[in-house]
Design a protein around this ligand. Sequence first.
Ligand code: PLP
Length: 454
Amino acid sequence: PRSTADYQAMDAAHHWHPFTDTADLAAKGARVITSAQGVWLTDSEGARIMDGMSGLWCVNVGYGREEIVEAVTRQLRQLPYYNTFFQCTHPAAAEFSEALAQVAPPHMNRVFFTNSGSESNDTVFRMARVYWDCMGQPSKKIFIGRHNGYHGSTAAAASLGGMSGMHAQSGLPFPGFAHIDQPYWYGEGRDTGLSPEEFGLARARQLEAKIDELGEDNVAAFIAEPIQGAGGVIIPPESYWPEIARICRERNILLVADEVICGFGRTGSWWGSETYGVTPDLMPIAKGMTSGYQPMGGVLISDRVAGPVMEKAGEFYHGYTYSGHPAAAAAGLASLRILQEEKLVERVRDVLAPKLATLWGGLADHPMVGETRTRGFLGAIELAKNPATGERFGEEVGAGARCRDLCVANGLVMRAVGDTMILCPPFVITEDEMDDMAARARKTLDDLADQLTR
Ligand code: PLP
């Protein structure tokens, strides 16, 4: 291996990083991660850092799982590649599709394989339009998403999402996409005079108003993450999802739950939509699908949608060279078996979620903290200049970015979304490691207080 400086130099010269501030990167140099085991990363300087983000919300079964490595290796030896186009399949794709249907909600019995969450959402876009064509309602074409939602970086996925920076850079959203506000109580609800539950209802009813504005006959689907992840772990009030489901049902528009983060146990049940008691028509998945050991995504499809499209359209003119890739399917199946055999979804529900709620609740009275919130094994800390009033630090302070850097220096990865610190650890973390994680978080907040009041 070469030195850290060598890797940083080649990287700086030739690697254009996704979602990375180039000035910041040039100033600090890239962190070079060289290996990982369990919940711990090791960097090129030998530092051990706890991965409180499961990579990018994906390594749910933890690093170093030999079962997955072996399954992928075996598959690569046997059949490294074959496609799933033109009446072909292979054992890995067939077995993984059956296993997925067994853990999917009962009304979803079919999967369309992709390679990422972004591709899954582009697939949703095309599939929903084909569905309405098949139903004799070709005018139903518009998609409604949410401001600050994230559904990926491809053109349709970024249009479905509501990230203003992404939209501004490339002239998105495309025509045919509309957005409503997010159910973000701490950031947008507290000053409305409404209770959290009233606020949740009000935000959900924006969907009804938007459908009225656009005309029911023109709207294909509503898409949302059960809990918005990249937007800052936005946990909706309990009133929100049932109202959204009611509106979609009564207005005859498809409900798409983007389960790319929430799926595969993150919220304490298999699906985030299950946690909130709703039954979506389509569920894009990725990330936890293989625990990140291979790139893979998919769309879980309800019988309502699959039936007419498969019968009436016959062929869906859509697919990827690597749809159902054998090595990815083998990784997915092995990861799924680990979730089942080690009862990790139940562990999230019964052990990890309650403990995280207690630990993060314990940070809520820190002088840098306006609010902490958790649901399942997702958490957020809202940094505040004045916790009593919720007054934020100014953007020029960069409190979130400072906190993120201090956190890594304290041996823990948390991500900053503005001044919101977010957390999404692997399901195999021990309870002692969780105590350690909370201690590192508290130390980080103390360090931030020192830095900002110095
Ligand atoms: N949907 C959600 C909810 C996500 O969080 C992400 C990625 O963070 C995506 C879609 C896009 O997935 P990918 O990065 O695999 O394309």
